[in-house]
Design a protein around this ligand. Sequence first.
Ligand SMILES: Cc1ncc(COP(=O)(O)O)c(C=O)c1O
Length: 395
Amino acid sequence: MYDFTTLRPRRGIGASKWQPLERAGVADPDVIPFSIADMDLITAPEIISALREAAEFGVYGYTSMDEAYRSAVAGWMRRRHGWEIQPGWIINAFGVVHAVGQAVQAFTQPGEGVIFQTPAYPPFLRILQATGRTPLSNPLLRGEQGYTLDFEALEALCARPDAKLLLFCSPHNPTGRVWSEEELRRVADICARNGVLLFSDEIHFDFIAPVHRHTVLATLDEQTRDNCIVGTSASKTFNLAGLSTANIIIPNDTLRRRFRAKTDGYTGGYTGYFGLTATRTAYEKGEAWLDALLVHLDGNFRLCREFLAQRFPSVWVAPWEGTYLLWADFSCLGLTPEEQERFMRDEAGLFLDEGYIFGREGAGFERMVLACPRLQLERALERLDQAAARRGLPR
Ligand SMILES: Cc1ncc(COP(=O)(O)O)c(C=O)c1O
């Protein structure tokens, strides 16, 4: 019923993800990028209609969240995440990354420590470097079954007097981990005991694999609710990243006031006209489309897992629990990270996110966005197989 097969090549429209292909002069219609986390899939038809209507209206003045918007966001949180929020807890932002930067500035001082788990979504480290905060890395532990948190190391980092904030990614980009309630409780408890505030970046929370269950951090208990900021957005879920709209949810009044004191100064509380329309429509009318998309994604993950198990049996693939990101260790190919990048791009025609950009722990890995039509994915995997065969690479 929904269209997850049509590819819209995004050349010539400033699409960040497609620009490396343009620069490399790749004209082959079968080659698509699998890097930056947006989807090469057309969004829900309900959203396209609402945006068309909004475009035809022709007056695009200043826009701010209204009650209908807030209640659409609250309805989504209740229905999809079992989270009862008050409409006044929502703060509008141009993006979750932008909000992370503002939270870092609102709740920490230059030189103070901010903890994050590595491998990490690259903007976390960039924000800390740009704002002069001390990055405190808490590497994940990797076992055959996947990644786990290093609670002992986290406890030690949180106990440092300069540690003020934990940037927590849940579900985790790039590893695809969906943290269990038990794991979240331990993290929340360590932070609370040590006076460390939590920014829970839950932008991927609508992409949960079958049998897994995501828990919004703020739903654990009152103490945690009052010690966290939750970053959410319809942008990943409905492919709206270019509309620059996110919802930052802060249940605690004092924290919310402090955050707003920082953000309102810059934004005046305004938000984008199209982002507002698209987000509200997504949350009011997009559920059936999302459920269909999750089935499509499950199929793409199965395809990749089976393909890699057969043709690249030495490649370790992180179990898919959430997000639309495949995270796989290709170090068995025996290439340096730079050689691996060149091999993927120039020989296999695969534009991926190289693991090393997520930190030292990611070297040898590739991150691949699987939110795309199946045909282009199948062709990409075949190219990988042929390129490895041509080179005689170990796998
Ligand atoms: C963990 C995480 N946070 C934030 C973002 C980006 O959010 P925004 O576009 O709202 O700034 C991404 C995008 O990939 C992400 O993976």
